[in-house]
Ligand binder design. Structure first.
Ligand SMILES: Nc1nc2c(c(=O)[nH]1)N[C@H]1C(S)=C(S)[C@@H](COP(=O)(O)OP(=O)(O)OC[C@H]3O[C@@H](n4cnc5c(=O)[nH]c(N)nc54)[C@H](O)[C@@H]3O)O[C@H]1N2
Ligand SMILES: Nc1nc2c(c(=O)[nH]1)N[C@H]1C(S)=C(S)[C@@H](COP(=O)(O)OP(=O)(O)OC[C@H]3O[C@@H](n4cnc5c(=O)[nH]c(N)nc54)[C@H](O)[C@@H]3O)O[C@H]1N2
Ligand SMILES: [Mo]
Length: 780
């Protein structure tokens, strides 16, 4: 089955093709065709079909891509391009052989792109890089665990280590991992959520007492109005388009708010329907508001203000007085505050016309049941937390929380990022959880808060954190300020990455480094007691099992629960009372402990085996109960501070292309935005291109404008004239992380401000001279 690695071609970034920008529809036949093609090429027809057929089926594996939920009534083959790519990427039979490590030094590998690294295939054996060496070399599992355990136990304090988690990790692995870390003595548990929906957790936690969606899957079909803020579902949550299409059939209206006219927000062709294939598809958005970056808080305040004005004109008829009196607090102060709102400031911050805001307000007032969904366009802003509080304000005013067809819906990214948090992956877990954990395993769980993702980089840079262990992910590429992050990694004594595939975080190492290869979710996991499953939680709190369905790519691989159990046993000895050997043999044992420790997971083993799994309790959704200090949902007052943009600058957002999964680059096309064969592009509106004296297709350098003495530049990017909002630009993540300052974070959540980076755009040095000489510049 194992195939040798075909040669991997890197793109020529100087010759990016741009055409047909942007597409106004998503999915449909080309989507399915394009997604099947790489799958077939990499995996062979049989393995492809088998793997894809098992995707999200009842006894199959949970899609390792996004956290979008499954409808209860699954179609035989709920297919999405995103899932197909993720599965193909993981289930590839191509592996990195033993000789690879001798052939490639770290210095060599550091010159490769993420695409090239990922294309090398699956990691299959543990490798170790000793201090002073420039190569990894294969080691046995036992040796690997003892190297790590010895290092951890040699530290002066447990707080000198940090333990990162990425959101593909299962509930079982996550639970064991946090137990191991807390048993070791620290809450240093940064995770990808710190860079993702952390702001949603804080904004919602402080207002309605829970940081999770207050809706179920079925609420979409019951809704009158769905407002989608700062999200690109056509690329990042394609199956959401099916739910939106269905909602439209039941009469819902949809409003999309985005600086970019994203395909899929505009029209959608459902590949599972004949009409989707032959017709023009469903027009998804009834209203599209092309907002400026960071303008949502102003927009939301302006809509809420119009709701209060409507109530003045029609006393008693507009607000949900019954709900507000019974369940909320803060109404009067919000009303007073919004009465002062400066309409001119709103128009400037949003770039919208008053009439557009009036129309949105009218739609909101006409609707009895409203869902607001959002993703990274909202959470990765300096004012993300207050913006999310404004979402909650608007919903609460008309009782749109805790009734069918209505609610707040942050749409999570990683397929189990929400479950990992439920299992205790958080540097700030409440003491109720820590106490329950300590009691279950007879130890004193540490209570002091640990470091989050940004703080872990600070402390590595400052030499306070000496060991970094990562359960999945690619922290050095995913975090902001690439040069600072790389220096921080290099300043550690040991880095350990538990991964499926090679990425940059394996190459920017501490003095010593290890890569521990693991099985993926697609693979059959057989342990001593038989075939195992794991469990995951989706974005609407539904928990269900995931069964691997293809043979592991190599029998030298260990599962994540096995790796963590062995590492914990080797490191902790009997510091916590836990049957580590038993956990590895039978995951039911892990779930038994989850039942005792994690609220809402009682009788986990029984309920996870029920048809379709189970849904975790959610106070606001189930019974309009709010776990806030007063037991009421809080309407909050938030001061508007629009982003400032000095003349000659643009505000840059960093986005995902259609051919990537976070730092994993599947290919170099971004079909819906008309980009082919490259990623080094910057999208700017034609008006701004003209105003800045640039031209479409020109090569430019992007200079970060941030006052901390660090020079941040991205060289040789191609200007793409694109209908984005005025004053705004967009470039791809993770390349553009070079420009995001580590200290530029969302207030209150510490999430990097990846969607509002102040930049200057300048012609690439030498370009003018090259043009004059009429010669081709030497390729870099
Ligand atoms: N194919 C694919 N799927 C994925 C991922 C992937 O990389 N690839 N990643 C997964 C993960 S971890 C996550 S978190 C999600 C991310 O899902 P998204 O949040 O959809 O991802 P982004 O590409 O960051 O897109 C942000 C969107 O917000 C808009 N936006 C940016 N700033 C603003 C603003 O100020 N206001 C408004 N209203 N809009 C704004 C952008 O134009 C863009 O459409 O997707 C998940 N699914
Ligand atoms: N500028 C900018 N920065 C961002 C963002 C942005 O929009 N703009 N988005 C942020 C967001 S939303 C997120 S979630 C983070 C993502 O940050 P991460 O979650 O750290 O990054 P990923 O790219 O998802 O991680 C991919 C790696 O995970 C490993 N992997 C894959 N599957 C498995 C598995 O089953 N088990 C294990 N152990 N390893 C596995 C593979 O080795 C792969 O290379 O990035 C953040 N950074
Ligand atoms: Mo994310």
């Amino acid at each position: 089955m194992v195939r040798s690695n075909p040669p991997v071609e890197e793109p020529d970034e100087k010759n990016v093709e741009v055409k047909d920008r942007p597409k106004d529809w998503a999915a449909g036949v080309p989507g399915v065709y394009y997604s099947m093609k790489p799958a077939i090429e990499h995996m062979g027809v049989d393995r492809t079909r088998k793997t894809l057929l098992a995707l999200n089926q009842k006894d199959g594996f949970d899609c390792p891509s996004c956290a979008w939920p499954d409808p209860n009534h699954r179609k035989a083959f709920e297919f999405c391009e995103n899932g197909a790519k993720a599965v193909t990427w993981e289930a590839t039979p191509v592996v990195i052989g033993t000789e690879f490590w001798a052939e490639h030094s770290l210095t060599d590998l550091r010159s490769r792109t993420e695409y090239w690294l990922g294309m090398q295939g699956r990691l299959t054996e543990p490798v170790y890089k000793a201090a002073g060496e420039d190569h990894y070399r294969p080691v046995g599992w036992d040796e690997a665990f003892s190297i790590v355990a010895r290092k951890l136990n040699s530290l002066d304090s447990p707080h000198e280590a940090a333990f990162y988690t990425s959101g593909r990790t299962s509930n079982e692995a996550a639970f064991l991992y946090q137990l191991f870390v807390r048993g070791f003595g620290t809450n240093n548990l940064p995770d990808c959520s710190n860079m993702c929906h952390e702001s949603s957790g804080w904004g919602m936690g402080q207002t309605i007492g829970i940081g999770k969606a207050t809706i179920t899957y079925d609420d979409f079909a019951k809704s009158d109005l769905i407002i989608i803020l700062g999200q690109n579902p056509g690329t990042n949550h394609p199956r959401m388009l099916t739910a939106l299409e269905e909602a439209k059939e039941y009469g819902a209206k949809i409003v999309a708010v985005n600086p970019l006219p994203e395909a899929g927000l505009r029209r959608y062709k459902n590949p599972q329907r004949v009409s989707g294939i032959v017709g023009r598809g469903t027009e998804i958005a009834d209203q599209f508001l092309q907002i400026r970056l960071g303008g949502d808080m102003a927009l939301l305040q302006a809509v809420s203000k119009r709701v209060f004005e409507a109530e003045e004109r029609n006393p008693g008829k507009v607000l949900d007085h019954d709900f507000l009196e019974k369940h909320c607090e803060g109404l009067e102060s919000l009303k007073e505050h919004l009465a002062q709102l400066d309409e001119q400031a709103v128009l400037e911050a949003t770039g919208l016309r008053s009439e557009e805001i009036d129309e949105l307000a009218a739609r909101y007032l006409r609707a009895e049941r409203v869902i607001i969904t959002w993703a990274m366009g909202i959470t990765q802003q300096k004012k993300a937390v207050p913006t999310i509080k404004e979402i909650i304000n608007l919903l609460l005013l008309r009782g749109n929380i805790g009734k069918p067809g209505a609610g707040a819906s942050p749409i999570r990214g990683h397929s189990n990022v929400q479950g990992d948090r439920t299992m205790g992956i958080w540097e700030q877990m409440p003491s109720t959880f820590l106490d329950a954990l300590g009691k279950e395993f007879s130890f004193d769980a540490p209570q002091d808060h640990g470091v989050d993702a940004v703080e872990s980089i600070h402390q590595m840079r400052d030499g306070k954190i000496k060991v970094l262990i990562a359960l999945g992910g690619n922290l050095v590429s995913a975090i902001s300020d690439t040069q600072v992050a790389e220096a921080a990694f290099a300043n550690t004594e040991m880095t350990v990455q538990i991964s499926t595939k090679l990425n940059r975080s394996h190459l920017i190492t501490g003095e010593e480094a290890l890569i521990l290869p693991t099985m993926g979710r697609t693979e059959i996991d057989v342990q001593e007691s038989g075939r195992q499953f794991v469990s995951v939680e989706d974005t609407v709190c539904a928990v269900h099992p995931s069964w691997g369905s293809v043979e592991p790519v190599s029998h030298t691989l260990l599962s994540e629960p096995a790796i963590i159990s062995r590492l914990a046993r080797e490191t902790l000895g009997d510091r916590v009372k836990a049957d580590w050997a038993g956990f590895e043999k039978n995951y039911d044992l892990i779930r038994e402990h989850i039942s005792h420790v994690v609220e809402g997971c009682e009788n986990y083993n029984e309920r996870i085996r029920q048809e379709g799994g189970f849904v975790l309790p959610n106070g606001p959704r189930d019974s309009r109960t709010f776990r806030t200090p007063t037991g009421r949902a809080v309407l909050t007052v938030n001061d508007l501070e629009p982003l400032e943009r000095p003349p000659g600058t643009l505000i840059l957002q960093t986005v995902r292309s259609h051919d990537q999964w976070n730092t994993t680059i599947y290919g170099h096309n971004d079909r819906y935005r008309g980009i082919r064969k490259g990623r080094h592009v910057v999208f700017i509106s034609p008006e701004d291109i003209a105003e800045l004296g640039l031209s479409d297709g020109q090569q430019v350098d992007l200079h970060g404008v941030y006052d901390d003495g660090i020079q941040r530049v991205l060289r040789d990017f191609r200007v793409v004239s694109y209908p984005t909002a005025r004053g705004c630009a967009a470039a791809y993540y993770p390349e553009a992380n070079v420009l995001v300052p580590l200290d530029s974070v969302a207030e209150g959540s510490n999430t990097p401000v990846s969607k509002a980076v102040l930049i200057r755009v300048e012609p690439t040095a030498g370009e003018a001279a090259d043009a004059k000489a009429g010669s081709a510049a030497a390729p870099a």
